[in-house]
Design a protein around this ligand. Structure first.
Ligand code: UGA
Length: 423
């Protein structure tokens, strides 16, 4: 069954949702308040890097099932279901700034068709469905929560092959209509109340962040006792109760979601009178993880960062994205510069403009004239990098690999000292 859908907000969540729903056969109009962005999308370009998305946008546009318009009201007027996919940035006190969601709700309220369903897809604090309902203030319109679980870099595949679809609805009929959108997607659909759906989203991100911090802590233990994190993680992950995913140690988790959502969940808990000590500890240990990586670079340089030139591979917060929001790589690079080092950085997609950082066009270029190399993002091209070329260029022939992507055997053969995480 084909449904007419409006999407308000064309960031990676909104655009992925729109393009994928069009791919599933629905008629989709995506709206944004930024005229430049709408223009870019109408011209067939995707304004950010997300694998597979440009192809789906092209498919939707040429089939006529995907269109782009300026402003939420224009999109909402003809839609049965309207998705709010606008940013929910962090306010100064760690809580969530709901102003984009509120403005989007206000902008569509009068334009909504009788019987329309408004769907909150943005990550919003518990109770936000009720807030949107109050702003829309129409008896003939229902508000449903349908959180997204899309990872940047694999958002299209996460949308089309999800582990589950979560729908939080007070109205069973509205819940059924949202569930019907996903009819051709093979995944369990969990229908619950809005507060539970909103909590599932925060709990999932907080749990995954905790899992990574736990493994980063175990990596520190491995270093202390001479164990190898690679084998330890394999042994852990084979326990089906634990599972093997999100167990890769690294420079700490980052991105536009985990840092914001963990702090928001602490704030949400606090406002309900619960001190979420466990999650506060996870956030603190994530900051420590970055500091530990910095210390490894300092050690590789013989104890002094000031005056050193450091090659950095990776700026994005993880591979397969050009996103540098809350990127541990960027934050470590900034700390290196603050300590008096110069950084020659290479990233296949991401760019930053930072004083003291020169961005160069290739991984080997970054090593030219550098003392040591630090690998910060797990881009596939680093895995098979020419380590002989690296060794020939680095003055100190040492590499800090915060993602454990380089091959220790090969590093040894070419005379590079490889300092990994947890091994
Ligand atoms: C995350 C969630 O995985 C999505 O399910 C969720 O929908 C999304 O946030 C969101 O709330 O919008 P994303 O931020 O794109 O997705 O990135 P992840 O793949 O989850 O990675 C987050 C951070 O954890 C990155 O810095 C990554 O490098 C790090 N990480 C991940 C590790 O250090 N180790 C791992 O094993 C996995």
């Amino acid at each position: 069954m084909s449904t007419s859908v409006a999407i308000v907000g064309t960031g990676y969540v909104g655009l992925t949702t729109g393009a994928c729903l069009a791919h599933l056969g629905h008629r989709v109009v995506c709206a944004d308040i930024d005229p430049d962005r709408v223009h870019t999308l109408q011209g067939g370009s995707v304004p950010f890097y997300e694998p597979g998305l440009a192809e789906l946008v092209a498919e939707g546009t040429s089939s006529g099932r995907l269109r782009f318009v300026l402003g939420g009201a224009a999109a909402a007027a003809d839609a049965d279901l309207v998705f709010l996919c606008v940013p929910t940035p962090q306010a100064d006190d760690g809580s969530v700034d709901l102003s984009y969601v509120e403005n989007a709700a206000r902008s569509i309220a009068a334009a909504l068709r009788p019987g329309a369903v408004v769907v909150n897809k943005s990550t919003v604090p518990v109770g936000s469905a009720a807030i949107v309902e109050r702003i829309i203030d129409r008896d003939d319109v229902s508000v449903v929560s349908n959180p997204e679980f899309l990872r940047e870099g694999s958002a299209v595949s996460d949308f089309l092959h999800p582990d589950r679809v979560v729908i939080g609805a007070d109205s069973a009929e509205a819940g059924r209509r949202v569930a019907a959108l996903y009819q051709s997607v093979e995944a369990p659909v969990l229908v619950t109340d809005p507060a539970s759906a909103e909590t599932i989203k925060y709990a999932a991100n907080a749990f995954l962040a905790t899992k990574i911090s736990f493994v980063n802590a175990i990596a520190a233990v491995c270093e202390a006792v001479g164990a190898d994190i690679i084998d330890v993680v394999r042994g852990l992950g084979l326990d089906r109760r634990i599972g093997s995913e999100f167990l890769r140690p690294g420079p700490g988790w980052g991105g536009s979601c985990f840092p914001k959502d963990t702090r928001a969940l602490v704030a949400i808990a606090e406002s309900g009178g619960y001190d979420f000590k466990l999650l506060r500890g996870v956030i603190d240990s994530n900051a420590e993880q970055q500091a530990r990586m910095l210390a490894k670079v300092r050690d590789a340089l013989g104890g002094e960062l000031a005056g050193a030139t450091i090659a950095a591979w990776g700026l994005a917060f993880k591979a397969n994205t050009d996103d540098v929001r809350d990127s541990p790589a960027v934050s470590i690079v900034e700390s290196l510069v603050a300590a008096g080092a110069c950084v020659r950085a290479y990233d296949p997609q991401a760019t930053v403009a930072l004083p003291g950082v020169e961005q160069v066009p290739s991984a080997l270029d970054a090593c030219d004239g550098a003392d040591v190399l630090v690998v910060l993002t797990e881009w596939p091209e680093f895995i098979g990098a020419d380590l002989g070329g690296v060794a020939a260029r680095l003055r100190r022939r040492a590499v800090v690999d915060t993602r454990n992507v380089l091959d220790p055997g090969e590093a040894g053969r070419v005379g590079l000292r490889l300092i990994g995480v947890g091994r």
